[in-house]
Design a protein around this ligand. Structure first.
Ligand code: GSH
Length: 212
């Protein structure tokens, strides 16, 4: 069985948990405690040179990092249901929306970035919250405008996939930081449709049992 090294509240780990649940693939979960700094310890850095989670360890010991690259691996290995459509334009558009979250919104609210803001620039809790809200809101405005152009249940499709693996953890974070999701009705509708599905419920941070 494969092993996923993650953390219950890590949105990058949550993305991979959703992808695994959608594919119906079971893995062993091992948790790296981000609160106590385990991500920077030698064994995690040996798996993940950036000192992040998640890492997916395959049965032969191969270690894969970067949540989107892991999701891509899972999609190439377990074909059904597909996380990404094959049609090149639709595929590119869904990847672009996913990267709005994974490459633009999420990295500047990562734990180590927020710690750096506090330690190096003396930013207080209120300032950190304003920072996080600002960047999530900016990215969500763009995604909402894109999503409004399509009359589909999920983003550009009628089945959840790659984009929803990224969106739902980011909405979880948005709520945590007090972003008003009423400003994003289509994203909220996609979120609600996903959260009603058992696959997304299994992957949710609050359902990670002992690891929390
Ligand atoms: N781009 C990476 C980001 C990984 C990442 O930022 N992981 C966070 C948790 S969501 C982490 O390990 N943070 C620890 C830290 O910042 O010290 C991915 O998608 O896997």
């Amino acid at each position: 069985m494969m092993t996923l090294y993650g953390y219950w509240r890590s949105s990058a780990s949550y993305r991979v948990r959703i992808a695994l649940a959608l594919k119906g693939v079971e893995v062993e979960h091992r948790y790296v405690n981000l609160r106590t700094g385990e991500q920077g310890a030698g064994d995690n850095v040996a798996r993940n040179a950036q000192g992040y989670v998640p890492t997916l360890e395959l049965e032969d010991g191969t270690q894969l990092t970067q949540s989107l690259a892991i999701m891509d691996y899972l999609d190439a290995t377990y074909r059904n249901p597909a996380l990404m459509p094959r049609e090149p334009i639709l595929r590119s558009k869904i990847l672009a929306a996913s990267m709005t979250i994974a490459a633009d919104i999420h990295p500047i609210q990562n734990l180590s970035v927020l710690k750096y803001l506090r330690a190096e620039f003396g930013v207080k809790d209120e300032g950190v919250t304003t920072w996080v809200q600002h960047w999530i809101t900016k990215g969500f405005k763009a995604l909402e405008a894109t999503a409004q152009q399509y009359d589909t249940l999920f983003l550009m499709t009628d089945d959840p996939g790659f984009f929803e693996c990224c969106l739902i953890p980011q909405v979880y974070n948005a709520r945590r930081f007090g972003v008003d999701m009423d400003n994003f009705p289509k994203l909220s509708a996609i979120d609600a449709a996903c959260l009603a599905m058992p696959t997304f419920q299994i992957a949710a941070p609050d359902n990670q049992g002992d690891a929390m």
